[in-house]
Design a protein around this ligand. Structure first.
Ligand SMILES: [Fe+2]
Length: 230
């Protein structure tokens, strides 16, 4: 359990404000993270590991009272736009748990995640549109996408994410109240350079959503994706 400072100890550096570890330190979150670490050490196969994690994730999704209201509220200064709040609850380089708050009627950009994990709706109702990629991905500035499926997710429903399958999607809140979804993903999702897509224009851009409650390192997309620097 040394995730707190592993590789991130900058006592007086520019990144001293970064926050890792349990940003919301409650037994419910500690239990899920401990179970994730335990199963990650025990089960090498990603699909089997995620399957084994479902009961622990489902338990958190069904529990009341542990999520601070501030982390279940929209964020007007959102990196995602549309008032969407993305709040880190637990952070490490290889695992995070965050809440995503999407105001009523708002939707995320089309994006990917680049990590396995579990995603579930904690409050409200969401429509999810999943895309299938038709090109080979060799051109980092272009993507040919078609809609693979649409589904409505009610409170309490969740699914496993096993990239590259079904990794590109967007989500819209279709309830009258903001939707809150919980994401347990095997990277530091909001600070990783990933991709946002414009399906109509067939374009891809480097994308880092950022957390609403914790800063990201100040590296440029060029560092992670040299081909996208132009
Ligand atoms: Fe997503």
């Amino acid at each position: 359990m040394c995730d707190f400072a592993r590789g991130h100890h900058h006592p007086d550096g520019a990144e001293a404000g970064q926050q890792f570890g349990f940003l919301v330190d409650v037994p419910e979150i500690r239990e899920l993270i401990a179970e994730t670490r335990r199963l990650s050490a025990e089960i090498a196969d990603t699909a089997a590991r995620v399957e084994a994690l479902k009961p622990a994730f489902s338990k958190l999704l069904a529990a009341d009272g542990w999520l601070p209201e501030a982390f279940a509220s929209p964020d007007t200064k959102s990196g995602m736009g549309g008032g969407i709040g993305q709040y880190a609850l637990y952070r490490a380089e290889d695992l995070c748990l965050f809440s995503l708050v999407i105001p009523a009627g708002a939707e995320t950009p089309v994006h990917d995640h680049l990590a396995w994990g579990l995603i579930g709706v904690y409050r409200g109702r969401q429509d999810e549109t999943v895309y299938r990629r038709l090109d080979d991905g060799n051109d980092e500035t272009r993507a040919d996408l078609e809609v693979a499926r649409r589904q409505t997710m009610e409170t309490g429903e969740f699914y496993a994410l096993l990239p590259p399958r079904d990794d590109i999607h967007f989500v819209k809140t279709v309830s009258e109240v903001p939707s809150v979804s919980l994401h347990l993903l095997a990277n530091d999702t909001a600070c990783v350079w990933r991709h946002r897509f414009d399906p109509a224009a067939h374009t891809v851009k480097a994308f880092r959503s950022g957390y609403s409650n914790a800063p990201c390192p100040e590296d440029a997309p060029a560092a992670a994706h040299p081909a996208q620097s132009s």
